[in-house]
Design a protein around this ligand. Sequence first.
Ligand SMILES: [Zn+2]
Ligand SMILES: [Zn+2]
Length: 559
Amino acid sequence: MDLTKSDKILVTCGLPYANGSAHLGHLRTYIPGDAYVRYLKRFGYDVIFVCGSDTHGAPIELAAEQAGVIPKELVDKYHAHYEHIFEKMNIGVDLYGTTEAPYHYHRVQTIIRILEENGHIETREVDLPYCETCQTFLADRFLTGTCPYCGAQARGDECDQGCQRYLDADQLINPRCVTCGSPAIKRSARHHFFKLPDFTEFLIKFNEQLKGTPLARNYALGWIRQGLKEWGISRNLKWGIPYPGDEELVLYVWAENYAGYISFTEEWAGRHNADWEEYWIRDGKLVHFIGADIVYHHAVFWPAMLKGAEYNTPYAIVASGMVKVEGHGLSKSRGFVIDIEEDFIQNGIDLDAVRYYMLSYTGFTRDLDFVWKDFQTKMNNELVGILGNYAYRVLLFIQKNFQVIPDGIIIDPIQEKITETIEALQVAVNEYRFKEATDIVMQLASFGNTFFQQCEPWKSIKEDSKRCERDLYQCLQLLTAIAILIEPTMPTVAERLWLQLGQTGSVHDTQVEACLKPIKPGTKLQKPQVLFDKIFDETIEKMSAILDKRIESARAKAN
Ligand SMILES: [Zn+2]
Ligand SMILES: [Zn+2]
């Protein structure tokens, strides 16, 4: 591990935007983020984990306007929704905050004031797009036009349908108002700009030594070398955090949302008698889990703001690949989306199996294609066929013949296998290779299955009961290690297995050293229960039909 046990580690996940329900794209980052935190805890590191709702900005103002509600109502609804989803999916944050809370306003306004005092903000008049019909300035999301790079229809902030480049509203060709379609004209307005080019040298050095996934820093370095521009941090919107000292304006949402990582830490620290400055002012190690689509914000704007306002800068930026659904890029408007509540929760899909799938289907930095049929195959072959099968046959055999942990001590080959597994796991987690980490633990279950098979306890129990007991003891020691090592991937199943093994305390508080602590002969075992239910074809057909219907109705709406 590059981190040390004396480090104060803070892990964050990119904040869900509070204008729509949680889908598979969110889980692509949150589940690896949560698994990472759980691995660190199993390895004995000092780590906290925060996340929260991102509640401001033009898209929310626009969505509330369209739904005929005030933005606060919309934001409160989705904030509660995400809190619920985090709990259901076992994403074990220490605090799930919101950028609409007073503690967040306070931190953000403090940061802006420090940036002003340190001379990093310039205020000047600029010509901005204005709609004469709507009599309003048009923030980037209220603007549409043609991308200067690829010719696709683009938004004022990025070429969302074409080349995905980050854009300035000024670069759009034939800009128009989203609400009424009138051409945008220019009108003069006062605005505040963060002097990003002053940080060019700092940002190059910062990204060169940044830990995390290589893609994040390479993207960032490419952008920085193309030349940075001053960055407008105020907006003419009604909904948002008032710009300190210029309350006719609000802060641009991307100038304040990630400050939630600080304000949530502060709020958590206040509730737990801890010191947030250990993370943000002194020597903390900050690890940001994000989707690859927001690398620019996290590896360029955010560290420059932190540096300018004299806070710690990130230690690592860990960027996940994106999500596809049945071979198509995830798109809510086209219906290629899996909704966590509607699809998984309401249909009783095993949520630990979903976590397992998200971690083990493909490498963390690759695009993950969710296919219901593949979900079934993985679940039945790996979770039911290997892990579940191993646990059940061992526990059932012992239940029938002993009811307690039989006599034995750990033999060398088992000791070595568990040690190797833990070492390999540590390397994989350190390099954010979560698929590999999951596979390593599954290999331990395969190893156990083979061991059980080769020992033939159903024979030895008649011929050599001492040997039989000794062999079964090994099987249970392996299962105990597996319960601890699958906890980051499947926390609920891990706890169930832990209890079946007659272990005390919580597996969530147990560290990897306990994998090699000899289990106690004579300990009473619980009646074995299967860990996973097989997924039948009918379930997959039902779920595929739900998805097909969603795609169909999206198509009908578009026409
Ligand atoms: Zn483009
Ligand atoms: Zn208009």
